[in-house]
Design a protein around this ligand. Structure first.
Ligand SMILES: Cc1cc2nc3c(=O)[nH]c(=O)nc-3n(C[C@H](O)[C@H](O)[C@H](O)COP(=O)(O)OP(=O)(O)OC[C@H]3O[C@@H](n4cnc5c(N)ncnc54)[C@H](O)[C@@H]3O)c2cc1C
Length: 348
């Protein structure tokens, strides 16, 4: 019998799940996305080898994704500029828009854009969902992949709301004028750069640990003053900050919940476990959710409720471990040497 699956949200997790399910003959997929058009900002996303394995499980070929190999990261003492550590991470770094469009391509025709759910009821035999365009549908499975502020989480589980995780972050991109080929970071973990877009772009990240909105009134030039004495490869980034490239400031929030699945409804990705980007794992953990969900939902003879309960039981401890480590690492930002321990944890 055909299994009708509704995915709420065409972000990275929702699209990944649609990719995983699309090859099964007996699955009918609907994806609803509130945004009228997919126009995601292109910030850096790192994917470790485990996350790339999840893409393979979803039937995708990650070698076809436009991405740079995640280079070794040199860590510099912020006072002396001397290299004090080298972290090797296995994986790739790409942009969120690149990854989203790549995931979109095989399944875009399944996505109804500009539509959000307005009601949801699991009556045991199916889930009845009403949509913002006045239509309604019945589904055997509903997966809320609707991000950190998940409507599904609020409507089905009553929360929780996202909570501040201890730091803000500013991101910006500048041309790689000096031809840097290795990522870099201050050993206190506050300032870092990735090399992106086939070596042409530097992606800069400044973490601002402290209270919410910490230094939100500062320009990049003012933030650069903290590192005015840096020399060596990171000095180029400081110089670029003084040109005031467009910077995106955000408080870092997380969602911690044990309520991942009930009956025929489950949460996945940021909806279930939004986490600090400190360890660069959030997107990849969502891809791992999608891979397991897709495996379990396509197993013959496994009832939906058992598949979703199994998914939650297997994925939740793993995702929450990464989330706890990301949070702990966030709380250590700014302490001398905190970045040196960072990368020993990065390949969870
Ligand atoms: C600054 C920063 C840096 C990051 N860096 C990394 C990194 O290096 N590596 C990494 O792995 N992760 C990183 N992440 C995390 C990563 O971006 C997220 O974990 C990932 O995008 C989550 O994907 P998602 O599909 O679960 O949610 P989202 O990408 O948020 O997608 C949710 C989708 O659902 C849609 N939606 C929302 N509500 C509704 C509704 N009611 N109805 C229909 N549609 C709805 C939204 O429009 C959106 O398209 C970072 C995050 C931040 C903030």
């Amino acid at each position: 019998m055909t299994r009708r699956v509704l995915i709420i949200g065409a972000g990275l997790t929702g699209l990944a799940l649609a990719n995983g399910l699309r090859c099964a003959d007996d699955i009918e997929i609907t994806v609803v996305e509130q945004a009228p058009v997919i126009t995601e900002a292109g910030w850096a996303i790192s994917l470790t080898d485990r996350h790339l394995d999840a893409l393979r499980q979803l039937g995708l070929a990650p070698q076809e994704l436009t991405a740079d190999r995640l280079a070794r990261t040199i860590m510099y003492d912020p006072n002396t500029s001397v290299p004090v550590g080298i972290a090797a991470m296995d994986g790739v770094v790409t942009t969120r828009s690149e990854l989203q469009l790549w995931l979109w391509e095989p399944v875009g025709e399944l996505v109804r854009t500009g539509i959000a759910p307005v009601s949801i009821t699991d009556n045991g035999a199916c889930v009845e969902v009403g949509f913002s365009d006045g239509t309604a549908g019945e589904f055997d499975v509903v997966v809320g992949a609707d991000g950190i502020n998940s409507w599904t989480r609020r409507s089905v589980f009553g929360g929780p709301d996202p909570a501040y995780a201890g730091s803000a972050v500013v991101r910006f991109q500048v041309p790689n004028a000096a031809g840097l080929h290795l990522a870099g970071m201050t050993s206190d973990g506050r300032l870092s750069l990735f090399v992106l877009n086939r070596g042409t772009v530097l992606h800069g990240v400044v973490f601002l640990p402290g209270e919410p909105d910490n230094r939100s009134d500062c320009t990049l030039t003012e933030l650069a003053e903290d590192y005015a004495d840096l020399s060596g490869p990171l000095a180029g980034l400081i110089k670029a900050m003084r040109t005031e490239p467009v910077g995106f400031y955000a408080n870092i929030n997380q969602v911690v919940t044990d309520d991942w699945a009930v009956g025929r409804i489950a949460l996945a990705g940021d909806a279930a476990h939004a986490m600090s980007p400190r360890l660069g794992q959030g997107a990849g953990v969502g891809l791992q959710d999608a891979a397991l969900l897709s495996e379990l939902l396509t197993l013959p003879d496994l009832p939906v409720q058992s598949a979703l309960a199994g998914y939650a039981g297997i994925r939740r401890p793993a995702a929450q471990l990464v989330q706890q480590r990301s949070h702990a690492a966030t709380l250590r930002i700014g302490h001398p040497g905190s970045a040196l321990e960072l990368h020993t944890q990065a390949n969870l």
